[in-house]
Structures are given as structure tokens and as C-alpha cells.
Ligand binder design. Structure first.
Ligand SMILES: [Zn+2]
Length: 269
């Protein structure tokens, strides 16, 4: 790069005179000054606007950081409570009732699920349609404490406590009360709320892809001793994409094992 001789410490008199004269001329004539600035090489120009090399941007002002690094699957295990009824990650099972026991979601979406779960459900429905798998149906979403009181007492009156509770969760102990659990089926594919749903096109697609939308198959086959529920290939629980992806990457299918919580095969009578 050309460096002006003035940086060397010695400058011929004629050079100084030339600089002095051109300065006076430039000062006295705006039009000439403009032409001179355009013609000047960057290294010789005092104009800071042309002294920044092309492709470089000025450093941000002090105190202003650059954009944070994005990380799609950063996992922070303490991001949400496992206890509060309103938490995205609340774990509800036969040993862990809702907290508070009559909990109701504060905000619902356009389907009968809490807002984030409803939004994710609709995305999953669109994804399933786009993949040519069929139309996803929400058969059952949020169920209130009072609704569960009715369902539970009806089954227990009919079948007795143990057999009745095998079909209907105890009020305050149903994951559906969180507004984050969805019983689903695929239009026209049969096996609605039946184990054979796992063998349908929709059931297979959901088992493989629901995690991408933040849902997990909450009661997988062979985990009854931990979850307290038989295989329910239709019951999906929204936990958000980060947790669903983390569970998938660690190959852990149930919340109790992922969080190292006690197994919940039955209620404490
Ligand atoms: Zn369910």
C-alpha cells in the first residue's frame, strides 16, 4: 500500500508546498475540493468515510454485543418446572397429581388444548397432510378436573375402584388436565383410540415424527411399570421441541426415566 512520505519524518520542501497549495485551492473552491476528494487515493485521503476498507464494518459501540449464537437444540434442563401445573414440562402420573389439583390452563388455542400445544398440534396436522399421510384429528384434548370427576365416578361405580381406574384416571391425575395432552387419530384410518392405531399410516408417521413438533408418545409399549399406563399409541404429550429432541437424541422414551423420577405404576391407595 502507498504510504505518504510525511510518515517517514522527512519531507522535501517542494512536496510540502504542493500540499499547502492544493489545500488552499481545495479550501477556496468547493467544486474543486469535491473533485479532489473523489480523485484521492484512500491512503492519502483524510476522509474517514473512504478510509474503512471495503467489506469491513465498524465495531459495535461499547456495551452493544453482536447477535447471540443461535442453537436450535440447546438444552437447559432447568428451563421449566416439573411440578407446576402450568409448566411446559410438568410431569403428571399416578404418583404426581396436578399442582394445584384443580389446575386449568390460562389460555387455550383454536383447538381444545393449551395455546402452545394447540399451535404445535396444528403444525403437526399440516406436516402430516403435506407428507401425504392423511388428516390428523384431535379426539380428546383438555379435560377439566370436574369432567374427570364425572368420568371417574361413573367407571368406578360400574366396575369397582381398580378396574374403573384402569380406564379413567383419578381426578387431578390425568395428563389431559394440563391441556398439553392430545388423543389423536387419522381420518378414515380406523383403530381410533385403540392399540392397532400404531399400525396405521398415521400412527406410524406420528410415532416417528411427532418429536419434531414437540410432542412425545407418552405411554409407549413396554413401559407400563414406569408410566402406569398400557401402550397408548394415540396419546401424545406436548413438551416443546427442545425436550422432545433431547429425549430422542438420548433414546429415552418416557419422562419418568429422562428426569430420573420414581416409577408410577399405580396410585398410592
Ligand atoms: Zn389420552
Amino acid at each position: 500500500m502507498f504510504q505518504p512520505k510525511r510518515q517517514s519524518g522527512s519531507m522535501p520542501v517542494n512536496r510540502l508546498l504542493t500540499l499547502f497549495i492544493s489545500g488552499v485551492v481545495a479550501f477556496g473552491s468547493l467544486s474543486f475540493a469535491g473533485t479532489a476528494a473523489l480523485a484521492a487515493s484512500p491512503s492519502a485521503s483524510p476522509n474517514p468515510e473512504v478510509s474503512i476498507p471495503a467489506g469491513e464494518t465498524p465495531a459495535p459501540p461499547p456495551g452493544e454485543s453482536t447477535a447471540p449464537e443461535t442453537c436450535g437444540f440447546c438444552f437447559n434442563p432447568s428451563a421449566y418446572s416439573l411440578v407446576k401445573g402450568s409448566s411446559l414440562w410438568v410431569v403428571v402420573n399416578k404418583q404426581r397429581p396436578l399442582n394445584p389439583i384443580t389446575y386449568t390452563p390460562a389460555q387455550f388455542g383454536s383447538v381444545n388444548l393449551s395455546k402452545p400445544a394447540a399451535d404445535a398440534f396444528l403444525k403437526m396436522k399440516a406436516g402430516m397432510k403435506k407428507a401425504g399421510i392423511g388428516t390428523l384429528i384431535l379426539n380428546s384434548g383438555f379435560r377439566s378436573y370436574n369432567t374427570q370427576v364425572g368420568v371417574h365416578s361413573k367407571q368406578v361405580a360400574r366396575l369397582g375402584l381398580k378396574a374403573g381406574e384402569a380406564l379413567a384416571a383419578r381426578p387431578g391425575y390425568s395428563e389431559h388436565q394440563t391441556g398439553l395432552a392430545a388423543d389423536v387419530s387419522a381420518l378414515g384410518q380406523g383403530c381410533t383410540i385403540q392399540v392397532c392405531f400404531a399400525k396405521t399410516k398415521g400412527g406410524k408417521w406420528l410415532a416417528a415424527n411427532a418429536w419434531q413438533y414437540g410432542f412425545i408418545l407418552r405411554y409407549p409399549a413396554g413401559q407400563t411399570a414406569t408410566t402406569g399406563y398400557q401402550f397408548e399409541p394415540w396419546h401424545f404429550r406436548f413438551v416443546g421441541i427442545n425436550l422432545a429432541a433431547e429425549m430422542k437424541s438420548k433414546n429415552i422414551t418416557v419422562l419418568e426415566k429422562f428426569w430420573q423420577l420414581p416409577a408410577a405404576p399405580s396410585y398410592s391407595y
